[in-house]
Write a protein that binds this ligand. Sequence first.
Ligand code: GTR
Length: 325
Amino acid sequence: MLNVSKLLGSVVVASMLTLGVANAQTVLKSSDTHPDGYPTVEGVKYFGELVKERTGGRYAVEVYHSAQLGEEKDTIEQVRSGVIELNRVSMAPFNGTVKETIVPALPYIFRSEEHMHNVMDGPIGDQIKAAFEPAGLVALAFYDAGSRSFYNSKKPIATVDDMKGMKFRVIQSDIFVDMVAALGANATPMPYGEVYSSIETGVIDGAENNFPSYDTAKHAEVAKFYSEDQHTILPEVLVMNKAAFDKLTPEDQAIFKQAAKDSVAKQRELWAAKDKESRDNVAKLGSAVNEVDKQGFMDAMKPVYEKHVTDDVLKKMVADVQAVQ
Ligand code: GTR
């Protein structure tokens, strides 16, 4: 026999579900190349939780981690065209399109992570954020990414001379290509996901990145020598498609901006812990970390400034950064 109350019950449930979907939240897609649990992934998830809570559930964020939506260059196209609404990426791939991002990508522009924070949290950071708008993006937050150093499968690098003739994968930016060239080595820009196998098969000798990337992408397994030259302290950026942002009410825009700001403190905490954990992990994998003649690297990389800091806007920005304490 037909169980009427059961049937009615499922009709009610079904209509509740339909209603729920009708009122529901808009789920915004966000991409990240890193695995679940990585500080940037968790930073964006936290941003999403705050947005959900503060909009009464009208908006939610789904983070597609582990490069599920593609490599950074491709996902940058996706967020610019609106296929996805959000993206957490390095600023280096923007060096060719958003010229102000050149400044934080310059070698040794920041004296320390603290100096970087003081710059990026102030008016220069705002100037860089604003520069994303003509590219169809709203820059919501800068996240920590420590410092990038060279690592390779052959030998410890202690001086610029040790770099001669070596082949390194660099992040996809001309500045990074020129940095490596200035050190007398060869640079191959390639997507992050190809680095492990390229080192393993000897296509390249090594790459450059921070400890958490070196650790979580398992590059330490194939490139044992990590030489701490710390050529950049380049932060990451969380960007949103501008058309999607402009569709929000002014109140919701303010909620998104504040949530992004609040997620920065959280991400910085997670970053500091992960950086420490990754240093321990790679040591366990048998990685050898060595210090580098940083002054020699700084001097050798000066031509990068001459080549890339060419107009008055960038020259003033560099001077402004240097003046920040
Ligand atoms: C990492 C960064 C990623 C990606 C990667 C790379 O430090 O967090 O977004 O840019 O470097 O080198 O491709």
